[in-house]
Design a protein around this ligand. Sequence first.
Ligand code: ADP
Ligand code: MG
Length: 351
Amino acid sequence: MPCGGGRSSPVLRGARHAPLNEPAGRTIGEFELIRRFFVAPSAFRPETVLGIGDDCALLRLAPEQDLAITADTLVSGVHFFPDVDPADLGHKVLAVNLSDLAAAGATPGWVTLCLTLPQADASWLQRFHTGFFGLAGRYRVDLIGGDTTRGPLSITVQAMGCVPAGKALRRSGARPGDLIYLTGTVGSAGLGLKRLQGEFASSDSESLRRLLRPEPRVSVGLALLGLAHACIDVSDGLAADLGHVLVASGVGATIDWDLLPLSPEVRRYVAETGDWRMPLTAGDDYELCFTVPSAQQASVENLSSAWDCSCRRVGIITAGSGLTLMRAGRMEQLPLRGFDHFRTDRAHGTG
Ligand code: ADP
Ligand code: MG
């Protein structure tokens, strides 16, 4: 029984909007699926400040504080290779959730852990424990519950954190003229994946570290409260995730290829393969992309000099819609697409 006593399930609520005559066998994309079958027209509960559609949902359970909630699942063979080091997996499944809290500017507090395991291998669990609690300890996050079942390896974490009431960063606040910033680098995790898939040879350890042990930008998210107009974590590729900001905010954007923060190894990959789309479409970066009014440029650049990651201005929000890339003197419209679990034309690593 879900909390909120007597509340009908999201499936039943969503079903009110689903067409009754849907032809059998037609498949749809991940976001159409969520929008059509799970987004409700309104919330039953007054505490629901923000429901589906952002990095975190927001609940106002106390007058001065909102509870930010997010969940992410990692599935063997989809999000990680079955022979992954369980310590990396324990770290990553928590990191990707803390990254969504960071995107909302929330302070991490509590997590639940749902484990589906093919067998209860104690040495595997010991390593998973090391990775998971290593990161949980750094952010002082309490594991408060979950579920354990037997089946194909799949792990879901739900994370909760606090943010001052009404101050959470959202995808929907970008305004024309805002400057677009990006922490860290993009494309490194994508390159790490290409290395593991044997598609690109490299001895650089950075790309594998970025793929296997992403670092959630929690302190950056906190520093952006009251400063950024909009924020998202880049989990599905910059084009897709900045695209979510543009759609949610009703604006467009231009980004400049020459300003994109790329590691030397990603630059080498692009130069050798010509695949310049990879850093814009590959997932797993877990950096923050945020917009600020241009009057705040100096504040952001001063603040960011104290952060433990780089922060680069990469473009500008425009009136209108769509994402334009300025590259080699040409303006190009980019599809707002990254990874979609249900599309066959996945943008990962396309040339
Ligand atoms: P993120 O990449 O930040 O984790 P997603 O792109 O996975 O976010 O999801 C987009 C939005 O849809 C989020 O608000 C998420 O909570 C919501 N969502 C995804 N799947 C479901 C589902 N099955 N039921 C309800 N909400 C969902
Ligand atoms: Mg996110």
